[in-house]
Design a protein around this ligand. Structure first.
Ligand code: EPZ
Length: 417
């Protein structure tokens, strides 16, 4: 289990190019089994979660070759229709394979994806939506046995705009005759990226990015070539690194429209933001101002994935900030580790009160989850002294070579294996 050792107090300054988005590439890789052809995926980030997804593709029977940031997937042979428990449990988002396997094989056997560090991760919306489309889903203690021989297009109204459930319905219905409609669909940019990829394969999907998505089923889909959108949450992470150290940063190969709610919050805490077609520039004040209230909501509001990042960043801001988490129950896990670094954070129910301190102090801490781990990196950069962050495997799930990116920006970071 490797650790990151970060020596705080250095200003983050420089230019980086953003890597592809974890939350876009995972469902797009699942979509590659919808064709008996070859798909070429560019700007594919080198992440642990991508490696597990590739393991699942290979287990199903697809061949996958990586050339730097490009994956070539050939799913022309016969594919299995089950995913073993160990692979399902390694990757919560592997649940989106359910829709893709059902569309390809008309049956699927997958183990329940289980919870994760963010607490229980129910899949009731996934199951109820597929059942409404005529899929039979037998739930046992350990796995789901699904059969779609009697399925038909239909209209799904999601009680919550679940990203994963929206993706599963899109993947399942693009090869099913008739028009399937998703109402109260998730509107995240990653949904749009998935729809763009599927349409490039020959699907007929419109409305992605709005709360009503129409999928007109087609007979077959073809292999295609596609480049993954940039990672908007990793972008916010590096902006926070510069903001919390009084630095300045330019991040290229990004889409500023994907993170408007976050950019607004950077301005509220005193940062100067410049945007171009595919770049964002941030210059931080000597000390950030507190933000009186932020709450997480589905896109286009402030994203839950940025909550831990701002929790860490505001721990040294001038004044009191309040953050309310409305999406995941356990997303304040990182507060305990931040308190070990001297942060003054009080969590009650789904709300955190942060009383900004001038400086935090280095400590030995553990990453509680992916974004919490990234939050600890942000805090460590602004702390006095040395911080060692354990369980870096969580961070590696969603950030490509984080120590290399931070070193390039002037940070003193080393990975201790
Ligand atoms: C996706 O998770 C992302 N993961 C998450 O990013 C992100 O935080 C989340 O969307 C919200 O934007 C990937 O794309 C791989 P949801 P997902 O279904 O699809 C409840 C990260 O850090 N819910 O929109 O699992 C659920 O419990 C990760 O990169 C049900 O109740 O999110 C949660 O409270 C973390 N029943 C809320 O909806 C269901 O059937 C949002 O879940 C499904 C979800």
């Amino acid at each position: 289990m490797s650790k990151l050792e970060i020596t705080g107090g250095k200003r983050i300054r420089g230019i980086i190019d953003m890597h592809g988005a974890k939350n876009a590439v995972l469902p797009i890789l699942a979509a590659t089994i919808l064709t008996k052809g070859v798909s070429v995926i560019h700007n594919c980030p080198k992440l642990k979660d991508v490696n597990v997804t590739v393991d699942i593709l290979r287990f199903l029977g697809a061949s996958v070759r990586r050339e730097e940031h490009t994956l070539i997937i050939d799913s022309s042979g016969d594919l299995k229709s089950d995913i073993p428990e160990n692979l399902m449990h390694e990757l919560r988002s592997s649940i989106v394979f359910m829709g893709a396997i059902l569309a390809r094989c008309k049956k699927a056997r997958i183990s329940s994806p289980g919870g994760c560090e963010l607490g229980p991760r129910p899949i009731d919306l996934h199951i109820s939506s597929l059942r409404q489309l005529g899929v039979s889903v037998l739930e046992t203690e350990d796995y789901l046995e699904c059969d779609s021989k009697n399925s038909a297009s239909g209209e799904i109204v999601l009680s919550f705009p679940s990203v994963g459930a929206t993706e599963n319905i899109m993947l399942f219905s693009c090869l099913m005759s008739g028009v399937t409609i998703i109402r109260n669909a998730a509107k995240e940019p990653e949904i749009v990226d998935l729809a763009n990829f599927l349409n490039k394969m020959g699907a007929r999907i419109c409305g992605a990015g709005t709360d009503e998505i129409y999928i007109e089923g087609v007979e077959t889909l073809n292999g295609t070539e596609y480049s993954i959108m940039p990672d908007r949450i990793a972008t916010v992470t590096y902006l926070c690194c510069a903001a919390v150290t009084g630095g300045e940063i330019e991040i290229r190969r990004v889409n500023p429209n994907d993170l408007e709610a976050c950019l607004e919050c950077f301005i509220r805490c005193g940062c100067r933001i410049g945007i171009g077609k595919d770049r964002i520039f941030l210059r931080a004040p000597q000390r950030l101002k507190a933000i009186d209230f932020i709450e997480t909501k589905p896109y286009p509001s402030f994203p839950t994935d940025a909550q831990s990042l701002f929790l860490a960043m505001l721990a040294t801001a001038d004044g009191k900030s309040i953050i309310r988490e409305n999406i995941f129950k356990n997303r304040f896990n990182v507060a305990e580790a931040l308190k070990e670094m001297g942060a003054d954070i009080t969590v009650s129910q789904q709300t955190a009160l942060i009383r900004g301190k001038k400086r935090l102090k280095g400590a030995n801490v553990s990453a509680p989850d992916l974004r919490g781990g990234a939050g600890l990196c942000i805090a460590a950069l602004a702390a006095n002294g040395v911080t060692q962050i354990d369980k870096v495997c969580y961070i590696d799930r969603g950030y490509e070579e984080i120590e290399t990116y931070l070193q390039r920006l002037g940070a003193k970071v080393t990975r201790l294996d």
